[in-house]
Design a binder for this molecule. Structure first.
Ligand SMILES: *[C@@H]1O[C@H](CO)[C@@H](O)[C@H](O)[C@H]1NC(C)=O
Ligand SMILES: *[C@@H]1O[C@H](CO)[C@@H](O)[C@H](O)[C@H]1NC(C)=O
Ligand SMILES: *[C@@H]1O[C@H](CO)[C@@H](O)[C@H](O)[C@H]1NC(C)=O
Ligand SMILES: *[C@@H]1O[C@H](CO)[C@@H](O)[C@H](O)[C@H]1NC(C)=O
Ligand SMILES: *[C@@H]1O[C@H](CO)[C@@H](O)[C@H](O)[C@H]1NC(C)=O
Ligand SMILES: *[C@@H]1O[C@H](CO)[C@@H](O)[C@H](O)[C@H]1NC(C)=O
Ligand SMILES: *[C@@H]1O[C@H](CO)[C@@H](O)[C@H](O)[C@H]1NC(C)=O
Length: 452
């Protein structure tokens, strides 16, 4: 037995001594790995909801001749636009929903953020946040409308006061309107609404210029005014026409964005199958029969292309007078004034708010994405911000004249027959234009839409 052990002692020593020598290395590696997994892993399963730092910087590699060139510093913007309230809070939200940093949130639209910070249950009083002055150093110097905006910009679930039920049949996909017209108006503008109802905003089956019949529906979007007398008149008007949507917020210029986000919500519940939406002001003229022909052509074009492109085209369809590379207006005293302490940078491309068209399927996407875009005081810019986050580019069409005909343009006899929309027109002009364009003279009958 002993001789047997002796015979193998050399071999045992030969094989085991390296193992014994390597033991400290194994222990070191195990401890190090354990430590890294416990403290170093950035987003392990248990730390999903940790707060991300405000910005990242890449550390970069050491310069080396043997390796390909590489950025020594971070090649993306690492600094926030400091001191601009909207940029700061939106930067945080965009990061929360970044599909690379937070895949589980980007996939799941029933958003953490939406539930905790941006909204409350409908009906809850949303109280102004006066603490905001601590974040905005020049708060005391802001014009009153900007003060009102920043203190209430976290409130968006305002109650519906008037909710028309008979505009669409929400269940019926087949009889859904081709076009739903959503017109921003204020309580006092009775005359505009009357003119629109009798001219370009007629509800019912409309004959297009091409001789087809299409169903058109109309709603007016309103907030509240302080004048109780005209509020009473509005209720009578609503009973008579059933085309008034009113929410419980003050109808001011800086609150117009609420009409977008609340309308998208209304649309998704009450008229979800409408093919297209017109969204615009109550002081424009729209050549509705021509708009319907234009939309039919676009839709047919989308239908004729095969497979995925077909759905894609209509899901991202938005057209208007597109404004690109616009900078915020910095002069105090104009109604568009946005101070640098609120927003820095250019605005994304957006279709001018006077009037635009988009598809119903885009409206559903806008409702979803708007839940992670903080309210902005200018409604069409806000739409641009939502489109940007959807990766959608608005189409520019020269027949949308949101700044009227160019002043230096020679007067063409058929000019009024070449447009889809023109701003700004009084109620009397709407009647006149409707008259003129509905029964075109023979020479104007077949003129084409305005080219660029
Ligand atoms: C902000 O307003 C509150 C009162 O609403 C006041 O107590 C506080 O000092 C103000 N903060 C700043 C930085 O002005
Ligand atoms: C802007 O105008 C308001 C009055 O409308 C004034 O009180 C305020 O000081 C002005 N702010 C700046 C930054 O000039
Ligand atoms: C918007 O409406 C809300 C609710 O009525 C109001 O508190 C807020 O001051 C309004 N905002 C502006 C900018 O007028
Ligand atoms: C396009 O397709 C949709 C659904 O497939 C249909 O409802 C619509 O009428 C079609 N439009 C045209 C212009 O062919
Ligand atoms: C669509 O696909 C069919 C075959 O599936 C093909 O015959 C047709 O040419 C395609 N149309 C277009 C516009 O690509
Ligand atoms: C076009 O419409 C305007 C009213 O908006 C009217 O004043 C003008 O005369 C019309 N143009 C023509 C050539 O009829
Ligand atoms: C509209 O046209 C008819 C004739 O076609 C005319 O009698 C009427 O006065 C016109 N109305 C307006 C508002 O121009």
């Amino acid at each position: 037995m002993a001789s047997c052990l002796c015979r193998y002692r050399r071999r045992i020593l030969f094989f085991c001594s390296p193992c014994i020598l390597l033991l400290p290395v194994y222990i070191y590696v195990s401890v190090a790995l354990y430590y890294i997994m416990k403290h170093g892993a950035p987003y392990g399963a248990r730390v999903v909801h940790s707060v991300l730092p405000t910005h990242f910087t890449s550390c970069g590699l050491k310069h080396s001749r043997d390796l390909a060139p590489h950025p020594a510093k971070s090649f993306w913007k690492s600094e926030l636009d400091s001191g601009a309230l909207w940029n700061i809070i939106q930067h945080k939200t965009d990061r929360q929903y970044n599909p690379i940093l937070r895949p589980h949130l980007a996939e799941n639209p029933s958003s953490l953020y939406y539930k905790t910070e941006m909204s409350r249950r409908p009906g809850d009083r949303c109280s102004p946040n006066y603490e905001i002055n601590n974040t905005m150093p020049d708060y005391a110097k802001l014009p009153i409308q900007m003060k009102n905006f920043v203190t209430t910009m976290h409130c968006r679930d305002h109650l519906l006061i008037i909710d028309p039920l008979d505009v669409c049949d929400a269940q019926a996909k087949k009889g859904a309107p081709s076009l739903l017209m959503a017109i921003k108006t204020q309580t006092a503008n009775f005359e505009n609404r009357e003119a629109i109802r009798e001219t370009w905003g007629r509800s019912g089956n409309i004959i297009t210029l091409g001789g087809q019949q299409r169903l058109v529906r109309r709603v007016f979007l309103l907030g509240k005014s302080e004048d109780l007398h005209i509020e009473e008149k509005l209720h009578l008007e609503s009973e008579k026409y059933g085309d008034i949507i009113q929410w419980d917020f003050m109808d001011t210029f800086f609150n117009l964005t609420l009409k977008d986000v609340l309308f998208w919500d209304w649309f998704s519940r009450r008229c979800p199958h409408a093919h297209f939406i017109f969204k615009g002001d109550d002081d424009v003229f729209v050549r509705t029969p021509a708009v319907l022909d234009y939309l039919l052509a676009e839709e047919a074009d989308g239908n004729s292309s095969n497979g995925s492109r077909q759905t894609n085209k209509m899901e991202t369809f938005v057209v208007g007078d597109v404004i690109s590379n616009a900078a915020p207006i910095r002069s105090n005293g104009t109604k568009y004034y946005i101070p640098e302490s609120f927003y820095k940078g250019l605005y994304p491309s957006y279709p001018g708010g006077g009037g635009m068209l988009y598809s119903g399927s885009l409206a559903h996407k806008l409702l979803e994405v708007s839940q992670r875009v903080h309210l902005f005081p200018i409604d069409d810019v806000y739409l641009g911000m939502c489109l940007q986050r959807l990766g959608v580019y608005p189409i520019s069409h020269p027949a949308f004249l949101t700044f009227d005909f160019p002043k230096d343009e020679p007067k063409e006899p058929c000019a009024n027959h070449t447009i889809l929309l023109v701003h700004k027109r009084s109620p009397a002009e709407m009647f006149q234009l409707w008259n003129e364009t509905s029964t075109p003279s023979p020479e104007c009958r077949y003129v084409k839409l305005r080219p660029d």
